[in-house]
Design a protein around this ligand. Structure first.
Ligand code: UGA
Length: 446
């Protein structure tokens, strides 16, 4: 089918390219002509594994095109997906892009007398599609819902795994307010045979927030337990996690084998969650609850624990080493997680900011996120960015692994005798670094 995707950010572009790969004819809209030109030359403006190759395929097959011309694109479709940004302003999401696009689509519908099904793909708080979006479209189109259609179809893409997550989803949530929109969504996702959840739009919106809020809660919960274990001493929190997760409710035994569900990878004690989703979505859900007169005790704590967690790295170093002045620290990893150049809410931002106040000299490495990091952190004079991190291990007093990039695994085979290795992501078995002072979150065996 023909469809239009408005917005070529992370969600819009990945969705557009993957839907085109499944045989739909996709037109992606962006207001920025430079981005449109780049996309049409098969060059994505965001980093995501496998995206350049898939974009090239769908452009060559004639199933994908990018343009700035919304009205012309809309004339050839019945379905438009809206995937524009919803930036966070003091913990509340800013709906101005969603409103602007809704208005433009409404303007198009009025001037062309062509009612469309409008499906929101951006992450928006529950109650946005059936109030704000509906009102903007009604006002601009001079049509009354359900003359036009309304839907909400959230994405569950992980950065770095986005293509695979889209192509092989665990489930697809089809939020709809009218049968025509549901029918179009069914047709759109007909190539996928996974579970499909059919709900109203505000339920679809909350599924997205609840998903991220629960994962973030699990991370903060294990980090708090890890901090208690470290305070007591003589406990490795990973042993605790293993002991807990052998409970069949966490890790079922199927045909005599442990299923090892992926949820267990969100139970690693560490320096906290980052990125564009968990922090922003938890804050937005908290703000929504507060606006409803609720206390939101749990999500407040999830965020408080996470804010403090990167600083715990510096606190532990100080507790064990005393004054850090004059030390040379090598930070491995600046992105909020591996396989992405995204540094938003990255733990390394807080770790480096705090360390720089302690009179240390800092060398920092990341395979792809150095430019973004430098721009984000601004002028922190103590930091030298390095390309060949291996060359800087010898001169470092302290090596901190802040992002679990696969290439850092080779640290295990290097000479770190007498040095402090702070494994803030639990990348290594503590026993590997027998000659070094090995530290981690939730590990205080001394
Ligand atoms: C997250 C969700 O996992 C996706 O399902 C969702 O679609 C996406 O947000 C979104 O809303 O768009 P993402 O932000 O890419 O995806 O990152 P994750 O891989 O889930 O990791 C999030 C953060 O949690 C990372 O900073 C990671 O280092 C941290 N984390 C993860 C921990 O601190 N501890 C853990 O045990 C696991």
């Amino acid at each position: 089918m023909n469809l239009v995707v408005v917005g070529t950010g992370y969600v819009g572009l990945v969705s557009g390219v993957c839907l085109a790969a499944k045989g739909h004819h996709v037109t992606c809209i962006d207001v920025n002509p430079k981005i449109v030109e780049m996309l049409n030359q098969c060059k994505p403006h965001i980093y995501e594994r496998d995206l350049p190759e898939l974009l090239t395929d769908v452009i060559n097959s004639g199933n994908f095109v990018a343009t700035t011309d919304l009205f012309t694109a809309l004339s050839d479709t019945d379905l438009v997906l809206v995937a524009v940004g919803t930036p966070s302003e003091n913990g509340v999401i800013d709906l101005s892009y969603i409103k602007n696009v809704s208005k433009s689509i409404g303007d198009y519908m009025r001037t062309n007398d062509h009612p469309l099904a409008v499906v929101i793909k951006s992450t928006v708080v529950p109650g946005t599609t059936d109030t704000v979006v509906k009102q903007e479209i009604e006002l601009a189109s001079a049509m009354k819902f359900p003359e036009f259609g309304l839907g909400m179809n959230p994405e569950f893409l992980r950065e770095g795994e986005a293509i695979q997550d889209f192509m092989e989803p665990d489930r697809i949530v089809l939020g709809y307010e009218d049968e025509r929109t549901l029918k179009l969504l069914e047709e759109l996702y007909e190539p996928w045979s996974c579970d499909k959840v059919r709900v109203n739009t505000r339920t679809a919106e909350l599924i997205k927030y609840a998903n991220n809020a629960l994962l973030a809660t699990q991370i903060s919960a294990i980090n708090e337990i890890a901090n208690v274990a470290a305070a007591i001493g003589g406990i490795d929190t990973m042993d605790v996690v293993n002991g807990v997760t052998l409970d069949k409710r966490w890790n079922p035994i199927i045909n005599g084998k442990r299923a090892n569900p992926e949820i267990l990878t969100y139970l690693i004690p560490g320096c906290g969650f980052g990125g564009s989703c968990f922090p922003k979505d938890v804050q937005a859900l908290r703000s929504l609850g507060v606006a409803q007169g609720l206390d939101m005790h749990l999500l407040n704590s999830v965020l408080d624990i996470n804010d403090a967690q990167p600083i715990e790295v510096v606190n532990i170093l100080e507790r064990h080493l005393g004054d850090l002045t004059g030390k040379h620290v090598l930070i491995l990893g600046l992105a909020f997680k591996p396989d992405t150049d995204d540094v938003r809410e990255s733990a390394s931002l807080k770790i480096i900011n705090r360390l720089s106040k302690h009179g240390v000299s800092i060398s920092a490495h990341d395979p792809i996120a150095i430019d973004n990091f430098r721009e984000k952190i601004g002028d922190v004079s103590a930091v030298e960015y390095v390309i060949e991190w291996e060359e800087h291990v010898a001169s470092a007093d302290i090596v901190i692994i802040a992002t679990k990039w696969a290439e850092y695994a080779s640290l295990a085979g290097m000479n770190t005798k007498g040095k402090v290795v702070f494994d803030a992501r639990r990348m290594f078995e503590p026993s590997i670094f027998v000659d070094s002072k090995y530290f981690s979150i939730g590990l205080n065996l001394a």
